[in-house]
Design a protein around this ligand. Structure first.
Ligand code: TXA
Ligand code: MG
Length: 351
């Protein structure tokens, strides 16, 4: 593990970055911070290098990876011709939490694209990530740096917990800022389609390129198979069984308390995924063994930032049964609710 201070001047030449970049250049897998979550990177032009990512994560190989670039001119190392709306989105939101699916070229490693004729590319807004990619001198394929199926890592400690001994190194740049992954948008189709909600909201995208569609699998109660191959897997899940309860505050609390008392009768260690507004209520009522606060209902940025760390903390405390409230789907709420629904594996009750 190399620790890097995000504020240091001329970060690209600090020895930790130089050492980590050398390993990447040599075809090793190295974890690094981005503004969304930690990624596990490898040279996107080498199947042999990318293979190490799949091996370390235990990731199914039909799930394509996002390619990270450090400067705009690196785009041509992996992409073919980029549609105009794609260019506009890159101009507006890069560096930032937006992955743009564009036609691929024939240099990008076939394992990165999982046999598709498109490639997802993003330029992360994190000084350590940008310096590392530029120093490595090659585009970097990087999924989130968790074992497949676990919540994505938002600190180097999370990466270490999942991948210690399985990767060549970890660059520690502190806790990530956004907390949920990038938005994935496919601009090879018209109108463009959001394949995964994330750090850039639908409203922000539409303000730049006009109407965009939402993959039908994100509609509430949808049964369609998502078009982003990765979205079909169980993801982001804690080990305990999470139930979400939607409804008026009073009704939801009654239902949640009911679920908790049943779980207690069944002998399970219980938890509440609470907000700043509700945590006091749950603690006063001693309704669960563990009450963790993910942020304020009204502050979705904070909720996004803390969500994965809180899900992991339930695991650390070996909580077996968790209830949680739901959030607005406006803005960043779409990404937050998407990850929560995945974590709950469809266990959502409306009261
Ligand atoms: O914020 C992020 O995007 C993080 C950080 C590390 O940058 N990365 C990340 O990567 O979340 P990953 O591999 O966990 O998620 C990539 C998602 C998957 O759902 C995958 O199926 C989709 O993007 N994807 C990648 N390439 C694609 C393509 N060519 N067509 C459709 N979906 C694609
Ligand atoms: Mg992931």
């Amino acid at each position: 593990v190399w620790s890097v201070d995000n504020d240091v001047e001329n970060i690209q030449s600090c020895t930790q970055i130089v050492d980590a970049a050398r390993l990447l250049h040599a075809g090793e897998a190295v974890a690094f911070p981005t503004e969304t979550v930690y990624g596990l990177g490898a040279n996107a032009l080498s199947n042999e290098a990318v293979e190490k990512i799949f091996a370390a994560k235990g990731r199914p190989s039909d799930n394509p990876l996002i390619v990270h670039i450090g400067e705009r001119q690196q785009l041509s190392t992996v992409a073919g011709e980029v549609p105009e709306k794609g260019q506009k989105l890159m101009d507006a939101f890069w560096p930032g939490p937006l992955t743009v699916i564009v036609p691929k070229n024939d240099r990008v490693a076939s394992l990165v694209t999982a046999g598709l004729d498109s490639v997802g590319v993003r330029m992360p807004a994190h000084p350590v990530a940008l310096a590392l990619i530029k120093q490595a001198g090659v585009p970097i394929a990087a999924p989130s740096a968790n074992r497949s199926g676990r919540p994505s890592p938002t600190t180097a400690a999370h990466v270490l917990a999942d991948l210690d001994g399985r990767v060549a190194g970890i660059v520690d740049g502190g806790a990530t800022g956004v907390g949920v992954e990038s938005t994935v948008i496919d601009v090879t189709v018209e109108p463009p389609v959001i394949l995964r909600p994330g750090g850039i909201t639908r409203e922000q995208l539409e303000s730049v390129i006009g109407p965009v569609e939402l993959d039908p699998s994100f509609e509430v109660g949808a049964v369609e198979t998502p078009r982003a191959p990765g979205m079909k897997y169980t993801h982001y899940a804690p080990e305990g069984e999470l139930w979400l309860v939607a409804g008026s505050e009073e009704q939801a609390r009654i239902k949640m308390a009911e679920l908790l008392s049943q779980a207690k009768i069944d002998g399970q260690k219980t938890g509440v995924l609470a907000t700043e507004e509700s945590a006091g209520y749950w603690r006063d009522h001693e309704a669960a063994d563990v009450v963790l606060t993910v942020g304020a209902q009204a502050d979705l940025e904070q909720v996004a930032q803390q969500l994965y760390a809180v899900l992991r903390e339930f695991d650390n405390q070996q909580v077996q049964f968790i209830v949680g409230e739901t959030f607005s789907r406006e803005g960043l709420g779409m990404a937050v609710m998407n990850r929560l629904e995945k974590a709950a594996g469809g266990r959502i009750l409306s009261v």
